[in-house]
Design a protein around this ligand. Structure first.
Ligand SMILES: NC(=O)c1ccc[n+]([C@@H]2O[C@H](COP(=O)([O-])OP(=O)(O)OC[C@H]3O[C@@H](n4cnc5c(N)ncnc54)[C@H](OP(=O)(O)O)[C@@H]3O)[C@@H](O)[C@H]2O)c1
Length: 258
C-alpha cells in the first residue's frame, strides 16, 4: 500500500518504520516543523511535504498521528483524498475525521510508543471505521502491525484508554516512585525485576485479585505502620502509599488505616 504519514512524533516514527518493514511504501510525510519532517521523511524514504493541501490525493491511507487536540484541524485541512483517513488516538472521536465522501477510521495501538523503538513489538491494536467496508480496510492495515486487532467504537475506546492508563501509566509511575525511593536509600530497582515480571505474568493465568498478597491484603496493620514510619520524610510517597493501602484494605474486607 501507499501510505502518507501526518505528524513527526513518536507514533509517526514507529508506525512508519513498522509498515515500511512490512513492505508498504511511505510516500509522503507531513509535519509542521520542516527539520523534523525532512528527518522522518529521509528515514522512511518518503517525500517531505510542508503544506497539507499539497499532499498527493491518491495514496491508500493517510495516518494522522498528531497531538490529540490538533487532529480535527489537520483532518479538516486535508485535500479531497481518495484513500482512508485515520487517526491513532485512544480518546479522539471517530467523527472528528468526517468529511463528505471520505472513508475514515481509527487505528489505535495500546502501547507506550517512543520514537527510539525500532519496531512496534507486541501490542493490541484497536480499530474503528465509518462503514463496515472501511472497517475491513482499516483491519487489514492494523493486522500488519499486530496479530491482535480488536474493534471498538468511541465510547468503548475511551474506556479502554482509561484502563490502559491504569495498567501501564499508573504501574510505571509506581516503578518510578519506587526507583526514586530506592535511589535515595541505595537500593537497586533491578533487584525487583523478577518480582515485577512474575506479577505481570501472573494475571495471564488468574484474576488480579486472586494473586494479591502483602500486608494490606492480610490486614497486617503493624507492618503497614512500619512501612509508613519509613516514609515520614517522603510525604508525597506516603500519600500514594496510604491511598493504595486503603484501596487494598477495603477490597479485602478490612478497615481503612486509622
Ligand atoms: N506515544 C504513545 O504512546 C501513543 C500511543 C498510542 C496512540 N498515541 C496517539 O498518537 C497521536 C500522536 O502521539 P505521539 O505520541 O506521536 O505525539 P508526539 O510525539 O507529541 O507528536 C505529536 C505530533 O503532532 C504535531 N502537532 C502538535 N500540535 C500540532 C498542531 N497544533 N498542528 C499540527 N501538528 C501538531 C507535533 O508537531 P511538532 O513536532 O512540531 O510539535 C508532532 O509531529 C496522538 O493522537 C496520541 O494520542 C500515542
Amino acid at each position: 500500500m501507499e501510505l502518507v504519514l501526518i505528524g513527526t512524533g513518536h507514533v509517526a516514527h514507529v508506525l512508519g518504520k513498522e509498515w515500511k518493514a512490512k513492505g508498504h511504501r511511505i510516500t509522503q510525510v507531513w509535519g509542521r516543523n520542516p527539520e523534523r519532517t525532512a528527518a522522518l521523511a529521509s528515514l522512511l524514504d518518503a517525500r517531505p511535504v510542508v503544506a497539507l493541501h499539497t499532499l498527493s490525493v491518491t495514496a491508500d491511507a493517510y495516518i494522522i498521528a498528531v497531538a490529540d487536540v490538533a487532529v480535527a484541524a489537520v483532518a479538516a485541512a486535508l485535500p479531497p483524498v481518495q484513500g482512508l483517513v485515520l487517526h491513532t488516538a485512544g480518546t479522539v472521536s471517530l467523527n472528528t475525521l468526517a468529511a463528505p465522501g471520505r472513508q475514515y477510521g481509527v487505528i489505535w495501538p495500546i502501547k507506550m510508543i517512543r520514537k527510539s523503538m525500532d519496531r512496534l513489538g507486541v501490542c493490541t491494536v484497536v480499530v474503528d471505521g465509518n462503514t463496515p467496508e472501511t472497517l475491513a480496510r482499516v483491519t487489514v492495515l492494523a493486522r500488519e502491525l499486530s496479530a491482535q486487532v480488536t474493534e471498538a467504537g468511541d465510547e468503548q475506546r475511551a474506556k479502554m484508554h482509561l484502563m490502559a492508563a491504569m495498567v501501564s501509566n499508573f504501574t510505571n509511575h509506581l516503578y518510578d516512585l519506587a526507583n526514586q525511593y530506592g535511589t535515595a536509600e541505595n537500593i537497586d530497582l533491578r533487584l525487583f525485576q523478577p518480582l515485577i515480571e512474575a506479577t505481570a505474568a501472573g494475571i495471564a493465568a488468574q484474576q488480579p485479585a486472586d494473586q494479591q498478597a502483602g500486608p494490606a491484603f492480610r490486614g497486617n496493620y503493624d507492618t503497614l505502620e512500619r512501612h509508613r514510619a519509613l516514609l515520614q520524610s517522603y510525604p508525597e510517597l506516603l500519600r500514594v502509599y496510604d491511598t493504595l493501602t486503603n484501596s487494598i484494605l477495603t477490597r479485602f474486607g478490612h478497615e481503612k488505616l486509622p
